[in-house]
Design a protein around this ligand. Structure first.
Ligand code: TPP
Ligand code: MG
Length: 925
């Protein structure tokens, strides 16, 4: 502690050049065993002998450094193994700081000034929440998360997070969602957010606008970049973001930089499977541009994260096992002199013995309690702290609250090469809240402080407010020329500007791409192709386009062959950060499995969540990097909305642009695969995402029209929308576009084939989508030929579009009663469409039914409600009652309802069409 600073600097260099901080430290902390793998002390262990071993190791460390010490330990381990000693596996290091005090770098800032600034931020963050809840009871907000993480953020803001500038892409920071009040409070001190805005925290509808509860780019597009509060999403998204940055560099689309991706997460959050689900990708890809900071306050919402265990050790072994560089920041500087006195390693051993529930108790108890229950386990430990009064024991800081320790960890993390780093920082939840919640189980929900608690907090952090003013909880910002504000501004200036800040930096595309898509308007001239094949043809062409080609990012979770995309392997290559280190087994074939460092396809393996995270990174690069990358993510449609809907929701919040393609779609169109695979749901699950446009096209030209228009809207006009298009694997001849129906395709429906029988009194309108449209066409023929019913067939490309338009129109009419009512598109389109109305879809019946109220008459709806089956298409369509016979029957039945035909005609039709009226109900069978 009293060491000369330049000395420390020199030692830091050793850390940076040393092979691994971890190894150095485990050595330094001696023989203390970690709690989880502790082995019983064997009889006959001689303390003196142990001491000699430790001393000789210390002397190696001193004379030859950590590399040599590591090598000796490795050899010892190997020697022990061959000598028949069964060393238990442990990925853990002792419960101690990874970076020892002697290797700590010089803290480059003004620590006292930074502490004062941090205190002001703490105050304003607390004030936001307390004030908001005084005005609007139960409006919510969190104090205790930021209170525990303040130092973790402030060290980042003052020394690490580099802003995005025209010269430098900047670091990318995922802020822990419920720490938002602290991020807003800092922006307030920076002069970026007004007191009025802070006043309206969680009151976004107030005049002048407020602040969103959590990071939502949709709501605060100039501020937040990444939505994080749905726990688990941001750790996974950040990994793929870091990998995507490398992808852009390896493909020469952006310059190689040392920009970092920082993800701040809660220790409780790591229980979400997504949080740790992709950590091996990060190490496999050697993402040393990625840093996780886990705020280990040992608490989640209800109570301790691992009351009976140690979350930090658990995470350490998971991350180390996965190949990450793990830096534990557990103990603050006050512990260093005590640790230094502990030559026997007893203290570190004791530190590793407590379970988290006990540690949490120590936080809320007195210094005397700490002495008795922590140090009291061994008289030698008691002796170590004998000179310290109880109050000093209570104030022994944890690592995550000590800027010097945090700085050391961050510096080691940004300088670490070859692996991602996770920093496990021990903190106290509700730090500084004292009786109001520090370390208590209720602290997560604490939003109200009484007068005494406010005064206590004010005094603890030295906020210049008197007793009376303080209980009003005013926001406090020192004068512009105060040293605090000057310092804070200077630090941000040195780091390139403010963070977080979101801006759209890409240049719009200019070409209209008419030529590219025209080919697909012409049909397949009788050749049978699926819509998936048609799409792959378009993708192939887009990849060759001079303007767009480079920007296309094809993403696939191990299904390229399913979708017939394998030809792209060879042409554009599969991205691999190391190229291809092996000769592929199929090298002699035309379409061999080509991996390349500049490969364009992101072949993610079997992870829809990971692929979606890549989609998000690519689809938001227009803001993050100023690059208009255009993601096309194709997957088994059942494993999209059904499986990863929350990522899609986050993508929408984030204003992600791009195309999601639900392949092998349709409950009855995907034959054989059965219940888990057959998707009759996704178009319904797509409904709630407000800025998502969903299409269920039947023909190649429909897809071409939708994609071309989507590219225009998203990448030329800069609209913040994204697309979902279902694709099928049923081959059939693609017809040419019947006239100029582009507008209808985009708006949701158009007449595909009118009846030629203009004279018939019996009329029907048949609505089909996707491959079920062909069933409607067959039904048209049956109705006309056998029953004299003249039916028109419509392709409904998007029920969602029809619905959205209709509810918008209805809303406008309701709000403008004195004006000429507007007419929904679907109503307008069907103004002169007489007869029975029948819709048939490969999705559940809700989809067409939701627009039926804007239809001219009641409509019969056929859909695929129920569990799928392993079967062929025709059998499935019969089972679900969506085939041409059922469509014809539905039309006849509707005509019967209108009194246009006799029931006997319908009864006979059932017989003639071979329909079993007593067949099982697909919904319940
Ligand atoms: C997917 C999801 N589930 C539940 C929640 C509700 N929630 C918000 S914060 C929280 C506890 C967080 O604990 P931790 O990650 O340890 O963060 P801390 O506040 O302790 O830093 C929970 C359960 C959420 N935001 N997201
Ligand atoms: Mg926590």
């Amino acid at each position: 502690m009293n060491r000369d600073q330049s000395d420390v600097m020199n030692e830091t260099t050793t850390v940076n050049n040393g092979i691994s901080v971890n190894n150095g430290i485990s050595v330094n902390n001696g023989a203390a065993a970690d709690n989880s793998t502790r082995i019983p002390v064997p009889h006959g262990l001689d303390d003196l002998e142990v001491q000699e071993w430790l001393e000789s190791l210390d002397s190696v460390l001193e004379s030859s450094g950590p590399e040599v010490a590591t090598e000796i330990l490795e050899r010892l381990r190997a020697h022990a193994t061959v000598s028949g000693i069964d060393l238990p596996f442990s990925a853990n290091t002792p419960y101690a700081n990874t970076i020892p005090a002697r290797l700590e770098p010089l803290f480059p800032g003004d620590q006292e000034l930074e502490r004062r600034i941090k205190s002001l931020i703490r105050w304003n963050a607390l004030a936001m929440v307390v004030r908001a809840n005084r005005v609007e009871h139960n409006i919510g907000g969190h104090i205790s998360t930021y209170a525990s993480a303040a130092t973790l953020y402030e060290v980042g803001f003052n020394h690490f997070f580099r802003a995005r500038t025209p010269e430098f892409e900047g670091d990318t920071v995922y802020f822990q969602g419920h720490a938002s009040p602290g991020i807003y409070a800092r922006a307030f001190l920076e002069g970026r957010l007004s007191a009025q805005k802070l006043e309206n925290f969680r009151r976004e509808l107030k005049p002048g606008g407020g602040l969103s509860s959590y990071p939502h780019p949709w709501l605060m597009p100039d501020f937040w970049e990444f939505p994080t509060v749905s726990m688990g999403l941001s750790p996974l998204m950040s990994i793929y973001q870091a990998r995507f940055n490398r992808y852009l560099e390896d493909r020469g689309i952006k310059p190689v930089t040392d920009a970092k991706v920082w993800a701040f997460l809660g220790d409780g959050e790591t229980d979400e499977p997504e949080s740790l689900g992709a950590i091996t990708l990060a190490s496999r890809e050697k993402l040393d541009n990625l840093i996780f900071v886990v705020n280990c306050n040992l608490q989640r919402l209800d109570g301790p994260v691992r009351g009976n265990g140690q979350i930090i050790q658990e995470l350490e072994s998971a991350f180390r096992g996965a190949g990450w560089n793990v830096i534990k920041v557990l103990w603050g500087s006050e512990w260093d002199p005590i640790l230094e006195r502990d030559t026997e390693g007893l203290l570190v051993k004791r530190m590793g013995e407590l379970v988290d529930g006990e540690y949490q108790k120590l936080v809320v108890e007195s210094g005397a309690y700490v002495r008795q229950h922590f140090f009291g386990s061994d008289p030698r430990l008691l002796q170590l702290v004998e000179p310290l009064p109880d109050e000093a024991l209570r104030r022994l800081r944890l690592g995550g609250h000590d800027p010097r320790k945090v700085y050391a960890a961050y510096k080691a993390a940004v300088e670490h090469k070859g692996r991602p780093t996770v920093i496990l920082a021990r903190t106290i939840k509700g730090y500084g809240l004292g009786e109001a919640g520090e370390g208590k189980n209720v602290t997560h929900q604490q939003k109200k402080l009484n007068e005494e608690e406010l005064q206590e907090f004010r005094s603890r952090f030295g906020i210049p407010l008197n007793d009376q003013d303080c209980i009003e909880v005013p926001f406090y910002r020192p004068a512009e020329d105060s040293i605090e504000i000057q310092y804070l501004r200077a630090r941000r200036e040195a780091l390139g500007g403010y963070v977080p800040k979101r801006s759209v930096r890409s240049q719009p595309l200019v070409a209209n791409h008419d030529e590219l898509f025209k080919e697909f308007h012409e049909g397949s001239e009788g050749r049978e192709v699926s819509t998936t094949m048609a799409y792959v043809g378009m993708l192939r062409k887009m990849l060759r386009d001079p303007e767009m080609g480079k920007l296309i990012v094809p993403i696939v979770p191990d299904e390229a062959r399913t979708f017939g995309m394998e030809s792209l392997f060879r042409t554009v290559g599969i991205y691999s950060s190391v190229g291809q280190r092996y000769e592929p087994v199929d090298v002699n074939t035309l379409l061999y499995y080509k991996e390349a460092k500049d490969g364009q396809i992101l072949e993610e393996g079997i992870t829809e969540a990971g692929s979606m995270a890549s989609f998000i990174a690519a689809g938001s690069a227009y803001a993050t990097h100023g690059i208009n990358t255009i993601p096309f993510f194709i997957y088994y449609s059942m494993f999209g909305f059904q499986r990863i809907a929350d990522f899609i929701w986050a993508a929408a919040d984030m204003r992600t642009r791009g195309f999601l393609l639900g392949g092998t779609a349709g409950r009855t169109t995907l034959s054989g695969e059965g219940l888990q695979h057959q998707d009759g749901n996704s178009h319904v699950l797509a409904l709630p995402v407000p800025n998502l446009r969903a299409y269920d096209p039947a023909f190649a030209y429909e897809i071409a029209v939708v994609i071309q228009d989507g590219i225009r809207r998203m990448y030329k006009d800069g609209e913040n929308i994204l697309y979902y298009i279902t694709l099928m694997n049923e081959p059939y001849a693609m017809p040419p576009m019947p006239g100029d129906v582009k507008d209808g395709i985009l708006r949701g429906m158009y007449k595909f084939r009118a009846s030629e029988n203009k004279k018939s009194k019996l009329r029907a309108q048949l609505f089909g989508s996707g491959s079920i449209l062909r069933e409607a066409l067959q039904a048209q023929d049956i109705l006309e030929q056998k029953y004299g019913v003249a039916a028109d067939v419509w392709s409904v490309t998007s029920y969602k579009a029809l619905y959205t338009d209709a509810v918008e129109t209805e809303r406008w009419n309701r709000l403008h009663p004195g004006e000429k009512p507007r007419v929904p598109y679907v109503t307008q389109t069907l103004a002169d469409a007489p007869g029975a109305l029948v819709a048939a879809t490969d999705y559940i019946k809700t989809l067409p039914s939701m627009v039926s109220k804007w239809m001219p008459r009641r409509m019969a709806t056929l859909g695929t409600d129920g569990f799928g089956r392993s079967e062929g298409r025709q059998s499935l369509r019969e089972f679900f009652e969506v085939d041409h016979r059922f469509i014809a029957l539905a039309a006849l039945h509707e005509l019967q309802q209108e009194g246009k035909i006799e029931p006997s005609v319908v009864t006979k039709a059932i017989k003639d069409l071979g329909i079993d009226p007593e067949k099982p109900n697909p919904v319940t069978s």
